[in-house]
Design a protein. Structure first.
Length: 331
């Protein structure tokens, strides 16, 4: 079905002195120990601290995140150094008050360490972190870890669909079988916003076009989620061409997808995630919290629109800034 012509991806640590005996009992011994450990590690961040930023590689997204962190902490007296995940020695982290791991590869490079400083992980998918990283990094006796995911929460995506496509009722999705666990969570969130999900699961990209042909006729738009099988740089153009043959818009997850042919995308840039990381680090020693917040999706995000695709489909959308504002985006 077409919409042409319509108008429209935890840890809480508090200072020991801030917890009453009753609250301490409620938190339990394990959480109390976490508080002590984190205070030793990050209580100096509000003063001068040794912060190591571990990059997955030297590509532009990770550089962008690092520059945002460096700029945000400039002038506070911190010693901020950048380390390449492919070339660092474990001893380089021994004196650090905090390590910021940027990306999956940087995080994986810490898996083998017998000990490490407190850790902030950024720019990783929530699903990967919970399945692969959290069990390793949060073991008994490990120093605290928190994370800012790279993916957008399903609630935010559902609200964007409601704002951009007020007449939409059915959302299409084709997803690889390894990500099928996400479907029930997405269905529940869409249902809260009066939307239903039409989806198929595939095991290889050879099944992609056939699945799209079955999903698109009964969908008002196609939701793209990052997926090594269903939606990647090799399959994107085929997906766009097939979707637009059915006059169905595509909601993407990056600015590059918008440029490639998605009608609009919802995403957080590396600089925006780096900005949030900086705010967490700055607050850690300012009395607002004695440590880092629990794992979170990005607070800062952007919406981009491909106006040429909008004209081709005959869809009128609110301005990008208006959509961000309506979604509760921070300036």
């Amino acid at each position: 079905m077409s919409l042409a012509g319509t108008d429209g991806a935890g840890l809480i640590v508090a200072g020991m002195s801030m917890l009453s005996p009753c609250r301490m009992a409620r938190y339990g011994l394990f959480h109390a120990l976490q508080i002590v450990i984190f205070l030793f590690g990050v209580s100096s961040i509000g003063q001068a601290a040794d912060i190591r930023v571990l990059l997955s590689d030297d590509s532009a997204p990770y550089q962008e995140a690092y520059e945002a962190i460096r700029a945000g902490l400039q002038g506070l007296g911190h010693d901020i150094s950048r380390i390449d995940a492919g070339r660092f020695a474990p001893g380089e982290l021994e004196s650090a008050n905090l390590v910021v791991a940027v990306g999956v590869r940087a995080t994986e490079s810490l898996f083998h360490l017998s000990s490490r400083p407190p850790l902030l992980v950024i720019l990783v998918p929530r699903e990967w972190y919970l399945k692969s990283a959290q069990p390793v990094l949060s073991g008994s006796g490990a120093k605290p870890v928190s994370v800012i995911y790279v993916d957008q929460p399903f609630d935010r995506q559902a609200r964007l669909i409601r704002l951009a496509f007020p007449d939409a009722r059915r959302v299409g999705l084709v997803i690889g079988e390894k990500r099928e666990a996400l479907v029930s969570k997405l269905q529940a969130e869409l249902r809260r916003h009066g939307l239903s999900l039409e989806h198929e699961t595939i095991s290889t990209d050879r099944e992609l076009i056939g699945s799209l042909e079955r999903v698109l006729p009964s969908s008002d738009l196609l939701l793209a989620l990052p997926d090594p099988v269903a939606f990647n740089r090799n399959t994107a153009q085929s997906i766009f061409l097939t979707a637009y043959r059915y006059r169905d818009p595509v909601l993407g997850y990056s600015s590059s997808l918008t440029r490639a042919g998605a009608l609009l995308s919802l995403y957080s840039t590396p600089a925006q995630v780096g900005r949030q990381a900086t705010e967490w680090i700055r607050k850690a020693g300012q009395g607002e919290m004695q440590g880092l917040p629990p794992p979170s999706h990005p607070d800062y995000f952007s919406v981009s629109i491909n106006n040429q695709v909008a004209r081709s489909l005959g869809i009128k959308l609110p301005a990008e800034a208006e959509l961000v504002r309506e979604l509760g985006g921070l300036p």
